[in-house]
Ligand binder design. Structure first.
Ligand SMILES: [Fe+2]
Length: 458
């Protein structure tokens, strides 16, 4: 049966908000850690035009970035702003300092890098630069060094200051993927194309100290859908040679990639990846059995994600899968200090289905060495977003810091920012910041320290 009831992806807190707000000196319960000086940013789809209910896909629609600025133990401001696109700037009568070249603005993630703020998305759209207060500056492919589109999930390497990405962009790259490295100075330093004849949806990647990890899994472009003008021309393919590729970061040609077979499944997001001494690679990842098969409006109704450990053996050219936790969960994050290196702790958001919607739930912390977990229960009717880890300065352990997450409260129809002590997330909230509106269920964001992307000089 083909499910075309799109309402679960537009109902409740999946519905877009219609106002751009600015609020100052937000009410706070508890104490915001004094050292947090920067912005918590979050991006998600917020279509400015009335959606086509039957065909709307959750992943489609103009981006909206929400941000809270913290300084000196206070929440100085909240802002939400559409990400500029041709469509948004025309509708709102706005001009941007740089041309906006995409019809639909990046709606999936927002990052700070090399002193700038970027809204980003996969599948062919270049990053759009935002100013400190989230107004759109315009399309900026890393100082015009980026040849094609980008990804929503670059992997930052804390040891080099680089961002690594695997891009796909069927309209311009056709049957190729593209491995791109952006240096600490904010310009592209490497680009290498990789053959991918099935045109797979490559939402994210893994990165280790040795490898860029490429996921070639059974969701790919359906040319019939593409030529019919479908807004979302990707679907599940049953007979697909699913594989994980290990591309040396130093590779000069795509011939150096080692493809390893894996049983059919899909994954949007790895928690983290690292090399073992024996040459194998470990990837902790949220895995779906199947995706975009019956449900062509979003990811909820074919299967739900569980946390797995994939061990990739380049000699045997195989991937072994082991379930870590059978609870359904998504949006995995680790501490920035252990990115692309061995991690002990990981943080996820519990998900489930309720009333035919994907219900966001509690925050989970995994101790992957001990095989244990903790849960922070956000309370009845309250569901958390992605758990963003922020380290404490001078911290000596991996989990010394805080988890910052958006929490939607169905009883008030508003959202909060909740700060948890990452060392013990089951304890009381460190602080709760009350927002003047709701942040619709969406995707990804980051804590962008002022030291990375500073505010304008006053
Ligand atoms: Fe994602």
């Amino acid at each position: 049966m083909f499910l075309n009831d799109a309402s679960p992806y537009l109902a409740g807190n999946f519905a877009p908000v219609t106002e751009e707000l600015t609020a100052f000196d937000l009410p706070v319960t508890g104490q915001i850690p004094e050292e947090l000086e920067g912005r918590l940013l979050r991006n998600g789809p917020n279509p400015i035009d009335p959606p086509d209910m039957a065909h709307h896909h959750w992943f489609i629609g103009d981006g909206m970035v929400h941000g809270v600025r913290l300084r000196g133990g206070k929440a100085e401001w909240y802002r939400n702003r559409y990400v500029g696109s041709q469509n948004v700037t025309e509708k709102l009568g706005r001009r941007t300092p740089k041309p906006v070249t995409a019809n639909s603005g990046p709606n999936t993630n927002v990052i700070g890098h090399a002193g700038r703020t970027y809204a980003i998305v996969e599948a062919g759209t270049k990053p759009v630069e935002l100013d400190y207060e989230l107004e759109t500056i315009g399309t900026d492919g890393f100082c015009d060094s980026l040849p094609n589109g980008y990804t929503a999930h670059p992997k930052y390497d804390p040891l080099t200051g680089e961002m690594h990405a695997i891009n796909y962009a069927p309209q311009v790259l056709m049957d190729k993927l593209e491995y791109v490295v952006v240096g600490a100075d904010g310009t592209m330093t490497k680009s290498l194309q990789i053959s991918a004849p099935t045109m797979p949806m490559v939402h994210d990647m893994g990165l280790t100290q040795k490898y860029a990890v490429v996921f070639d899994l059974p969701v790919a472009v359906d040319l019939d859908l593409a030529f019919s003008g479908a807004a979302f021309p990707l679907r599940w393919f049953d007979d697909y040679d699913a594989r994980v590729g290990l591309l040396p970061r130093s590779a000069a040609t795509e011939a150096e990639i080692v493809w390893c077979s894996i049983g059919p499944c899909y994954a949007f997001h790895p928690l983290n990846s690292y090399d073992l001494d024996d040459g194998r690679v470990v990837i902790d990842i949220c895995r779906y059995d199947k995706l975009f098969d019956n449900d062509r409006n979003g990811p909820f109704r074919d299967s739900l994600p569980q946390l797995e450990r994939w061990t990739v053996d380049p000699k045997a050219r195989k991937v072994t899968r082991d379930v870590i936790d059978e609870r359904f969960q998504e949006f995995p994050r680790v501490a920035g200090s252990v990115l692309n290196q061995k991690h002990r702790f990981g943080y996820t958001t519990a998900v489930g289905t309720s009333l035919n919607q994907w219900a966001f739930g509690d925050t989970i912390k995994h101790d992957l060495d001990a095989g244990t977990s903790q849960v922070h229960e956000h309370g009845a009717g309250r569901g958390a977003g992605e758990p963003v880890f922020v380290s404490r300065s001078g911290g000596t352990t991996e989990d010394e810091g805080w988890i910052l997450t958006t929490v939607y409260d169905a009883t008030t129809d508003r959202s909060d920012i909740v700060i948890l002590d990452a060392a013990d997330i089951s304890g009381a909230e460190v602080a709760r910041i009350e927002l003047p509106a709701r942040i619709p269920h969406g995707f990804h964001g980051n804590w962008v320290r002022d030291s990375v992307t500073p505010p304008p000089a006053s």
